[in-house]
Design a binder for this molecule. Structure first.
Ligand code: IMP
Length: 440
């Protein structure tokens, strides 16, 4: 069976955790392929709410091996804390594996991220300050520390001895911050390695072995297409490739091993951090989305900026990810709005413009809206398309037409069973099967 990719089509926070959770029954490996603890996945199982940053949400299913792939940047301290939290709550974490090629977020990366953002005050990227950018920069500069290095103290020391003076110089001379001590960092890093030693493996071999056995591998993206280093609103992006191509590099599969790509999007847009957001709302509908949608960051607790769905970006997101079907989340949040707007294009300096745009043009872009009737009914108990208010069904139809691929699933609440299988579900047969058993 080929692999499935779950990818965000917006600026992250689309609800990918729920999609992964729904698919879990048919899956034996869930692989995170990029990002780090900047991500936050909230998974609701019955009365229990799990907030995960690094460990793939598949950990909650005893038959799944959760894998942190080589494209992820790992803060070992955070990983160890997360594993301890899960164990305390009775979740078996013995199957969690981490790629030995994954890069380590070292304490100086976190300091550099914080210092750079603080210096720019409100003009920065608005990062999560978790050291993501500096860790990926060291990877590109070939001065990074990899998870496998934590298991080889002599190699580790050599690498640290080379890179640390350079990073300390920036910390001290540019930002006036204290330097890190080589001995102390080395001791911490060796201790992390000792605690994680049995988990640090060749995850590409693991993934390829599972695929060769005919097992179903799920590659789980963090963040979203519009935060992609290459496809997003650069420089207001993260430092990795959340798009489906990133799943190949960071997960260890080839393009022909991917059978389906499930794009996940919300019925409206949100964005955390800085950067252009043409459909952003500051007024009443914006507050409705923020409060009813509980749009606060899982990682930083920041308010998410809320706005109308930006369908001008949708065909691009569908194309670059080669999306086969879509899961549309949080349709229930739109209930109670008198009217709903959908951005289908932009005008820049009075001239019509289409995505992609240079970031400074996007800053000035005026959205062109189509307006739809709203609805009042509470959707959270609805399980069939035929039970949806006509206005809600019409809104989903329009989104599907703009996307050009089927919206196979519509979510109307955080619980597993608050999901409508809309069909056609050819691309997500296993998912439909899983849902039937959940509903049953
Ligand atoms: P970084 O990934 O911490 O470097 O942050 C870069 C940008 O990506 C900032 O605008 C962050 O708010 C955003 N970002 C990073 N991770 C997430 C996420 O999981 N959801 C939404 N936005 C994110």
């Amino acid at each position: 069976m080929p692999a499935t990719v779950v990818v965000g089509l917006q600026w992250g926070d689309e609800g990918k955790g729920k999609t992964t959770d729904l698919l879990a029954r048919s899956v034996s490996l869930v692989v995170r392929y990029q990002g780090g603890d900047n991500a936050g996945h909230t998974v609701v199982v019955g009365d229990e709410v799990f907030k995960l940053h690094l460990v793939p949400s598949g950990v909650l299913h005893p038959h799944i091996t959760p894998v942190i792939g080589s494209g992820v940047v790992v803060n070992p301290r955070i990983l160890l804390d997360e594993i301890a939290m899960l164990e305390e709550r009775g979740v078996d974490t013995s199957r969690v594996r981490v790629s030995r090629a994954a890069h380590v977020i070292m304490p100086y990366h976190v300091e550099l991220d914080r210092a750079a953002e603080a210096r720019l005050d409100n003009e920065g990227i608005g990062t999560t300050r978790r050291g993501i950018g500096p860790a990926y920069a060291d990877r590109a500069w070939r001065t990074g520390i990899r998870m496998g290095d934590l298991l080889r103290p002599a190699t580790l020391r050599q690498k640290l001895a080379r890179v640390l003076p350079e990073r300390n110089a920036i910390l001290h001379e540019t930002f006036g911050l204290p330097a890190f001590e080589l001995d102390a960092i080395q001791a911490d890093a060796v201790a992390w390695g000792e605690q994680l030693t049995h988990r640090v493996v060749d995850t590409v071999g693991l993934v390829q072995g599972a695929l060769a056995n005919g097992e179903h591998v799920l590659l789980e993206g963090a963040q979203g297409t519009l935060l992609d280093l290459d496809h997003g609103t650069y420089p207001f992006v993260t430092s990795s490739n959340p798009t489906a191509g990133g799943a190949c590099n960071g997960g260890g599969v080839g393009p022909r091993q991917i059978g389906q790509v499930i794009g996940v999007m919300k019925a409206y847009s949100t964005r955390v951090g800085s950067g252009p957001f043409p459909t952003e709302l500051g007024d009443e509908p914006g507050r409705h989305l923020l409060e009813k949608g509980r749009e606060f960051g899982t990682t930083t607790g920041r308010r998410r900026r809320c706005g109308w769905f930006d369908a001008a970006t949708l065909p691009y997101a569908v194309a670059v990810n080669s999306v086969s079907s879509i899961m549309l989340n949080k349709l229930d949040i739109l209930s109670g709005l008198p009217e709903i707007k959908l951005c289908t294009g932009y005008r820049v300096d009075g001239v019509s413009a289409t995505w992609p745009l240079e970031v400074d043009d996007l800053e000035r872009a005026q959205p062109v809206y189509e307006t739809f009737a709203g609805w009042d009914a509470d959707l959270s108990g609805i399980r069939r398309m035929s039970e949806l208010p006509a206005a809600a069904a019409a809104y989903v139809d329009v989104l599907e037409e703009l996307a050009g691929v089927p919206i196979a699933l519509v979510s109307v609440g955080p619980e597993r069973n608050q999901t409508i299988v809309r069909g056609p579900v050819d691309g997500v047969r296993e998912l439909a099967g899983a849902l039937e058993s959940v509903a049953g």
